[in-house]
Each structure stands twice: as structure tokens, then as C-alpha cells.
Design a protein around this ligand. Structure first.
Ligand code: THG
Length: 367
């Protein structure tokens, strides 16, 4: 088709050479970096994630590092999730909002020490945001990007693979908790996390010159479990209801519309960005909500990541924000961002490039 031109503006991952050697066939751009999106066998990669173990280059989940005496204050100002009981070694999923309560990112926060945090971000620029807020509020904190590159190991066999490398202590690690460690001179942070519901870990490599070494080490250790290359899996994440910031959200989306209300603590201090707006939105009730949509057709169709209009009778009620053939459900499924009055079970029509696709609104997650 056509090539891509890496540059300082489109950074390669430390795992780039390793993923090319592993047969990567497609990339996307995310946080101004290249992320593998296929190794040429979508269905095989899906079943490997469900039944085995896969290793993913997710270095695009770049870190925003907060260091200094006010690092904790800044972290709490940036998110309306209560961090007062978060301790070193603990991670949390923390929606970030702007002053209007609009979702601007959904990172994993890692608290390394009382004065040291990472925000492992989705696809939007949080360095500028955090630097601006820190400066405007006169905080004693440095906002920077450390040399850190996550490698995910996902699937039901991931724990056996990771335990065979680091030891059985990893089996006791709780979800989103992490430990600083190293293997064969490769420094990393090992966390139980990852963008799938099949279980697994993320190895946050702390030395970008050792990407191939870490990739190869995991691949060799995973051989007994038939590990293979993969990437955040579109089908699995839609089936299990994982949100893609920027994919399933637009410039008007608040956390309550996309099932993140449980991560918003309305009692956080008044200086938290967006909290006044979030209290107001919560009191009024959001105008839209996120459901699933199950299409009637029983043949796979190319729905992709584009947004498609959803109609109930003759009225446009919202958008289908993603769509994929589900190998487990044997149906085309996706997320619907629709008017709050639309209920599970309602019949709808999705307009895909002029074609009317009938379907039914469903609860999320599908599986
Ligand atoms: N790993 C790392 N950084 C990331 C992601 C990741 N940054 C961007 C993006 N992914 C963040 N988005 C999510 C969204 C959901 C989850 C993880 C990252 C997730 N959610 C669970 C769920 O919804 O069931 C549990 C959340 C909870 O209850 O606390 O795992 O993948 N490093």
C-alpha cells in the first residue's frame, strides 16, 4: 500500500526492531508513536489471547512523570478519583477531565513514592496539561517523560510465563499493583495490568536501549506456553467492554456517559479540575450513555473504528463508536453512545455508508 516515515514526531518504540522481526503487518499512530496493530492473523491472535499468552508492544502508553514535594497534590488536582488512600506500589485507573468535566484522558496512575508518580497515558498530550496546571497553581513539582516503555504479557498463561521469569511472587500481585525489579540487568517495573480482560502483566522497561533484549527474553521464556506476538485486541476489548479514549469518546464526552462514573469521587477537594462540573453533571444526570449494539446480520462486516449514526425509528439517537465481528458471539457488535432515554433491548438502525443495518441495544460488557 504505502509506507510510513518515522521521525522525531512519530517515534519508534524500543520494541520496534523486535516487532518487525516478529512479522508485524500494520501500525497505528498513538501518542505520536507507532504501535503495532496486526501480525497478519487477526483470528489466530484473538484465540491466542483467549487461550494462551501474547506479548504486546504498548510503549505508546507513554509516561507523564511527576516528581517533587507537590507531586501528590498535582496528581489529585488532575483527577477526580480520590487518591488519599493510594500507597507506594499501588496503581489506579484515573479518568482525567478538563474544567468542564469533559474526559481528556484515562491513564493508569502508578504511585512509586510519596513524591514520585507516573501517569501511563492514553492518546492525548498530558505533559503540556500537567505542566500548565503545575505552573498556574504554583506547585513544586517537575513534569517530565522518563525513559519507560511498557511491554504487555496478556492471556490466561501470562502468569505462568511471568512467574517463570521473575519468580512465584508475581502470582500474589494484586490488580494494578506493581513492584520495581530487574532481570538480567534490565531494569523494569512489573505490574499486574493490561488492556484485556484475560489477565496479565505489564513490564515497564526502564532502559530504552534494552527493548530487543526484553522482548526476546519474554519470547524465549514463553516458548513452553506457545507465546506469540499480538497487540491490544480490537475484538476482545469490544466483547469485554474496555473503553478506548479518543476512539469511543468525542470532544463532549464526560466520564458518566462512558461508564467511568464509578471512578469519580464527588467528595474530592474543590481544587480538583472539573469537579464542580462533574457534581453538576451527576446531579442533572448525563444526557447520553454507552450501551452495546448487536447487529442482526450473521455475516462479518467491515465496521471498523469509524463512527456510524444510530437511528431509533426516524430519529438519530447517537453513534456506533466501534464495530467488530465477535468470534465468540458470531455476530457484529460494537459500542453505542446514545441518548440517555435509549434502553437495552430497543431496536435500532445503524447507518453504515448509506446502508441500514438493523440491530438491538445491549448491555455492556457483552461477555
Ligand atoms: N496500560 C498502561 N497504560 C495505559 C493502558 C494500559 N494507558 C492508556 C490506557 N491503557 C488506559 N485505559 C485503560 C482502560 C481500562 C483498563 C485499563 C486501562 C482496565 N479496566 C478494568 C475494567 O474496566 O474492568 C479495571 C479497572 C478498575 O476497576 O480499576 O483494566 O492498558 N500501562
Amino acid at each position: 500500500m504505502f509506507g510510513i516515515t518515522p521521525s522525531a514526531r512519530l517515534r519508534s518504540s524500543p520494541y520496534y526492531d523486535a516487532t518487525v522481526a516478529a512479522g508485524v503487518t500494520a501500525f497505528t499512530s498513538y501518542n505520536h508513536m507507532l504501535m503495532p496493530t496486526s501480525f497478519g492473523d487477526p483470528e489466530g491472535e484473538y484465540w491466542r489471547l483467549l487461550n494462551g499468552v501474547a506479548q504486546w508492544d504498548v510503549a505508546v502508553e507513554r509516561q507523564v512523570e511527576l516528581t517533587g514535594p507537590d507531586a501528590g497534590r498535582l496528581a489529585q488536582i488532575l483527577t477526580a478519583r480520590d487518591l488519599s488512600r493510594c500507597v507506594p506500589g499501588q496503581g489506579k485507573y484515573v479518568p482525567l477531565c478538563n474544567h468542564d468535566g469533559i474526559l481528556i484522558n484515562d491513564p493508569i496512575l502508578l504511585k512509586l513514592a510519596d513524591d514520585h508518580y507516573w501517569l501511563s497515558i492514553a492518546d492525548s498530550n498530558i505533559w503540556f496539561w500537567a505542566q500548565a496546571i503545575a505552573a498556574e497553581r504554583g506547585l513544586k513539582v517537575t513534569v517530565a517523560e522518563p525513559d519507560v516503555s511498557p511491554l504487555a504479557v496478556q492471556g490466561p498463561k501470562a502468569e505462568d510465563v511471568v512467574a517463570s521469569i521473575f519468580g512465584d511472587w508475581v502470582r500474589a500481585l494484586k490488580y494494578f499493583w506493581f513492584k520495581e525489579t530487574s532481570i538480567e540487568g534490565i531494569p523494569l517495573v512489573l505490574a499486574r495490568s493490561g488492556w484485556s480482560k484475560q489477565g496479565g502483566f505489564e513490564l515497564y522497561l526502564r532502559d530504552g536501549s534494552k527493548g530487543t533484549a526484553l522482548w526476546d527474553l519474554v519470547r524465549e521464556a514463553g516458548r513452553p506456553w506457545d507465546i506469540g506476538p499480538g497487540n491490544p485486541n480490537f475484538c476482545e476489548r469490544v466483547e469485554t467492554g474496555l473503553l478506548s479514549y479518543g476512539g469511543d469518546t468525542d470532544a463532549h464526552t464526560n466520564p458518566y456517559e462512558v461508564r467511568l462514573g464509578k471512578y469519580i469521587d464527588l467528595h474530592v477537594p474543590d481544587d480538583v479540575i472539573g469537579i464542580a462540573a462533574l457534581r453538576r453533571i451527576h446531579a442533572q444526570g448525563p444526557r447520553r450513555h454507552q450501551l452495546g449494539v448487536l447487529l442482526d446480520d450473521t455475516e462479518p462486516m467491515a465496521l471498523g473504528n469509524l463512527w456510524h449514526d444510530i437511528y431509533q425509528a426516524d430519529r438519530r439517537v447517537g453513534s456506533m463508536t466501534n464495530g467488530v465481528w465477535s468470534w465468540r458471539l458470531q455476530r457484529n457488535i460494537g459500542f453505542a453512545l446514545v441518548d440517555a432515554q435509549c434502553a437495552v433491548g430497543a431496536r435500532v438502525t445503524v447507518l453504515q455508508r448509506g446502508l441500514a443495518r438493523p440491530g438491538t441495544l445491549a448491555a455492556l460488557p457483552f461477555i
